[in-house]
Design a protein around this ligand. Structure first.
Ligand code: ATP
Ligand code: MG
Length: 353
């Protein structure tokens, strides 16, 4: 997707999140699969990246630099991804035509699906196959605003690294899912990555992409609600979320506030499912896999499962990834398995594809 040239060897997966940068480096094994080489995380102040826009580039590039230095990473080639309003991913249907015809017509066909000036976006597409019922071609259309790609590439460059790929969060998530879960084609799964400010929903059937949507909710909302409710600062609210106690704050009250935000998140998921179901013949989502830092929120996974009456569990980004437990303690890998989904999904991309 939306790639730049110069793709030779494996690159570093870098998930530039609004609360933390997550880095993963993998080595493909000759007998198949991958081994973890490095894993880094650096928090960034919540005012650096707001609504998906990198407002302060320097602290973000410094965080990248700290990860690379701290992990002793030699490879300077970086793959990153973006989500949010500047990304449009849509399955469309076009009359059967040759590849040449398609490459000429796609631009003006795409225009009606893209709420931006077509000259402001990088457009990519993939023919998914022929629809046997209609004879039409099913096409996956991907448009990303150029200024956003420039923004994310520029912080990588500022850190002295080379951006080789700017992907879309939803696809990175799907990559991580396919490698780790080896899904069979019957399984329809909703992958939910709930970060600090954005929730990416990607619905897949086996390895087939069905639908994606990004919603502006996430872990930060829990923090905000706690801050307002108890009149405490950001750091205190974060520690409450992490299960710590604060004097004079009643745990039952905390639980109630957390539940009210979970309710908001569930509503957004419900809206997405309703919309998805109105546009497809797929009737049922079998289960949910939840990644992102907010997946750790007390009661969230249980609430999702209860509300949607399907199994929900934390995503395990290291399920099929080999690692040396002397270098990466198993308890750390287990604790962090949901946080690194996108970084791992980026790191497994073969940049030569
Ligand atoms: N143990 C925990 N309990 C509750 N919330 C947690 C926990 N650990 C992390 N979080 C929350 O997860 C969020 C960060 O998750 P993540 O690193 O996936 O976000 P991000 O990728 O930086 O953000 P985004 O994708 O929205 O730009 C924060 O809101 C943080 O408070
Ligand atoms: Mg994120």
């Amino acid at each position: 997707m939306l790639s730049f040239l110069n793709r030779k060897k494996q690159a570093i997966g870098l998930d530039i999140g609004s609360s933390a940068l997550k880095e993963a480096e993998l080595r493909p094994l000759t007998k198949g699969g991958y081994e973890l080489v490095s894993l880094g995380i650096e928090e960034v102040s919540p005012d650096c990246i707001v609504d998906g826009v990198i407002i302060s580039k320097l602290p973000v590039s410094e965080a990248i630099d700290r990860i690379f230095t701290g992990q002793g990473i030699k490879n300077e080639r970086v793959m990153t991804s973006i989500s949010g309003h500047s990304v449009i991913v849509k399955k469309i249907s076009l009359p059967a035509q040759s590849d040449e015809e398609l490459s000429e017509s796609i631009h003006w066909e795409a225009e009606q699906y893209i709420p931006f000036d077509i000259t402001d976006v990088n457009l990519d597409y993939q023919v998914l196959g022929e629809n046997t019922a209609t004879g039409n071609l099913d096409i996956l259309l991907v448009a990303v605003k150029k200024d956003k790609i420039t923004d994310f590439s520029s912080v990588v460059k500022m850190a002295g690294k080379t951006p080789v790929l700017v992907d879309v969060d939803a696809f990175a998530l799907q990559n991580a899912y396919e490698i780790n879960y080896e899904p069979n084609s019957q399984d329809t799964v909703a992958l939910l990555d709930i970060g600090a400010s954005t929730m990416t929903i990607n619905i897949v059937s086996g390895t087939e992409f069905l639908f994606t949507r990004d919603v502006g909710v996430g872990g930060h909302q829990y923090t905000e609600f706690l801050q307002k409710e108890f009149n405490i600062d950001y750091a205190q609210a974060e520690s409450l979320k992490h299960g710590q106690e604060i004097e004079n704050i009643d745990a039952t009250e905390v639980k109630r506030v957390l539940e009210s935000v979970t309710e908001i998140i569930c509503l957004e998921i419900q809206k997405t499912y309703d919309f998805f179901k109105s546009t497809t013949t797929v009737e049922h989502i079998d289960r949910m896999l939840v990644s992102g830092g907010a997946a750790h929120t007390t009661g969230l996974i249980e609430a999702l499962s209860r509300k949607f009456e399907i199994p929900a569990e934390k995503f395990n980004a290291f399920k099929k990834i080999k690692y040396n437990p002397k270098k990466f303690p198993s308890s750390m890998i287990a604790d962090r398995a949901a946080d690194f989904a996108i970084a791992i999904g980026l790191a497994i991309r073969n940049p030569e594809e």
